[in-house]
Write a protein that binds this ligand. Structure first.
Ligand SMILES: [Zn+2]
Length: 428
């Protein structure tokens, strides 16, 4: 696994950190925190809706067009973002998960340009996620982890040439400019040309270090989280200004981290779990494709936006429309995404029915393969139906079936399926 490669980083670098400084008091409410840094009015998903919950929508409002507007944007729910994660670069060193050839990186950046995909900045990404902005349907967010010097010498000139904004996730023990690390001067120069700084902890601890600390008890573990997640942000804030995002080193994230992260002043945090990001994404577990230098299929998957295509409601009434063996994906946001592979034990299954006209909320049933009809919860305010399996799903293919009736008495169904990767080890 990629995280084991980080051990060597612990041997490198060291930074004089000086005084602790944080002008912002902690706030446990993530939405409120998010509102504080967005420079203008932020509306949450509920407030963005055009009608009040419970009132039937006019069909024209409910079925917003997903055709791009004159400025290229689409309604928020139709945007998909592929977040790309890179590490180290070299013109000629052997490729590996963490080491990418500079020429390959250029080819990927060129592919994004040729395909007409929109590379967005972290600020744009966060504004979209929190309801303050619309984006084109297919967007790319570029992130580079750790702070390798080669980001400055190899990747940055290409990113600058293409005028792509990007985010560097730095861990504060590795930004002295010594060894293979970038210096604060290099980082500040890149910030003038599209770079945003995010935190990647203080020490970039190896999971075994976290586990050893957990053995010492909750107090010690909490202290370590406060340093790695909280103190790292304070140091970066002092050195570079606003820091709104965190990236879990090696993708290692535990429930106590999730419990505490909203209090440190971040708006969002990134994982290493691949998948397209929707506007309903959990802001503390944002999907990201780690683009390995030795596996071109990852970039290819990341650039495949076909799962974002929206199908038509399949009617179970007399209306024809169901093609045998080829069911279109639901015409509303669902998770896990149709056709995606989720490398987690117990995926939450959700469907956002807020855009479905005339739906009788009490009539919605969810069936999940292997579980039959499940006691899914319908949030009447957001109209999101959700269910989390009570145990690990041992089947690789999971189908979800939703049925409901409309106020005019017609019945409908929608279905999708996704895969559960059984091979991904789960951290204890
Ligand atoms: Zn890292």
């Amino acid at each position: 696994m990629i995280r084991y490669l980080y051990l060597m980083l612990l041997l490198l670098g060291g930074l004089a950190t000086g005084q602790i400084y944080d002008p912002e008091p902690l706030d446990p409410d993530p939405e409120r925190m998010a509102r504080r840094w967005v420079p203008f009015r932020v509306l949450d998903a509920q407030k963005m809706r055009t009608t009040q919950p419970g009132k039937p929508r006019k069909p024209a409002e409910a079925l917003e067009s997903r055709q791009p507007r004159a400025d290229g944007t689409v309604p928020r729910r139709y945007t998909r973002v592929a977040v790309l994660g890179y590490h180290n670069f070299s013109k000629d060193a052997p490729v590996s998960e963490m080491m990418m050839r500079t020429a390959d990186f250029r080819e990927q950046m060129e592919y994004i340009r040729k395909e007409g995909l929109t590379v967005i900045s972290m600020q744009e990404f966060l504004e979209w996620r929190f309801g303050a902005r619309d984006l084109p349907a297919k967007c790319v967010l570029i992130t580079l982890d750790d702070g390798w010097r080669s980001v400055y010498t190899e990747a940055y000139p290409i990113l600058k040439e293409y005028k792509y904004p990007f985010t560097i996730f730095l861990y504060t023990d590795f930004m002295s400019g010594r060894g293979d690390s970038m210096s604060p001067t290099m980082i500040r120069e890149m910030m003038k040309h599209g770079a945003t700084v995010g935190s990647h902890s203080v020490h970039h601890y190896y999971p075994s270090t976290w586990e050893k600390c957990a053995d010492k008890g909750e107090l010690e573990y909490t202290k370590m989280i406060d340093v790695e997640l909280g103190e790292s942000r304070r140091r970066l804030l002092k050195a570079f200004g606003p820091v709104n995002t965190y990236c879990y080193p090696g993708g290692y994230v535990t429930q106590p981290m999730l419990d505490r992260i909203p209090s440190y002043g971040y708006a969002a945090a990134f994982t290493v779990v691949p998948g397209k990001v929707t506007c309903e994404e959990n802001p503390w577990m944002i999907h990201r494709y780690m683009v390995f230098g030795n596996d071109p299929s990852i970039f290819k998957n990341a650039m495949d936006f076909r799962v974002a295509e929206v199908g038509k409601v399949v009617s179970t009434g007399s209306t024809p429309g169901t093609l045998p063996g080829k069911t279109p994906p639901p015409p509303f946001p669902v998770s896990p995404q149709p056709g995606s592979t989720v490398p987690i034990e117990v995926p939450e299954i959700t469907a956002d029915l807020s855009g479905v006209p005339g739906i009788n909320l009490g009539s919605v049933n969810m069936k999940v393969s292997g579980f039959g009809r499940v006691p899914a919860k319908m949030d009447k305010a957001t109209r999101i139906i959700s269910w989390t399996p009570p145990c690990r799903i041992y089947m690789p293919n999971i189908s979800v079936h939703l049925t409901w009736t409309s106020s005019d008495g017609t019945s409908h169904k929608a279905e999708w399926s996704f895969q559960v990767d059984q091979g991904v080890p789960v951290q204890q």
